[in-house]
Design a protein around this ligand. Structure first.
Ligand SMILES: [Zn+2]
Length: 153
């Protein structure tokens, strides 16, 4: 793989110019210790990621996004508090795996593991219980009304 020293991205060996910044002179074979641009995240996400990477002993560096660093000059999602995360090339694959896992975890909340049939039974029982309660309340109101009537007649 090749490394672009200008924009700190990884490119395929076959590339002549960096697909990111279009420079050719900045390309050289990548080293394990090269810091590779990983992703741009918000301040809160950066703190979260730093914690995850720290726990996994992944060497990363987080720095504020510099204006004009971004691939496209017009970036509607650019925030002044955004951070760029760089990961050493040797750890890049693991960082990617971790990110994929993080996204998966977010998409599938763990609380939703009650089987469908069981949930249906629980719902039916609670509906019946509710109806019984309503009937009891009506009967009770009738009884109280009858008793009040008998008091005054
Ligand atoms: Zn580049």
């Amino acid at each position: 793989m090749l490394y672009c020293t200008k924009c700190q991205t990884v490119c395929a060996d076959s590339t002549r110019t960096c697909p990111n910044c279009k420079r050719s002179r900045a390309l050289r074979p990548i080293k394990d210790t090269d810091e590779v641009f990983f992703m741009k995240v918000s301040e809160a996400e950066a703190a979260e990621l730093e914690e995850i990477f720290d726990a996994q002993a992944i060497r990363c560096r987080i720095e504020p996004v510099k204006a004009g660093f971004s691939v496209s000059t017009f970036d509607p999602e650019f925030m002044p508090t955004d951070k760029n995360i760089f990961v050493e090339y040797a750890y890049l694959e693991r960082a990617n795996e971790l990110m994929a896992k993080e996204i998966e975890d977010e998409e599938m909340p763990e609380e939703d593991n009650v089987p469908q049939s069981r949930r249906l039974v629980i719902e039916t029982v609670s509906v019946i219980a509710f109806l019984i309660l309503v009937m009891l309340a009506v009967f009770a109101a009738d009884a109280v009304a009858g008793w009040l009537k008998s008091l005054f007649m």
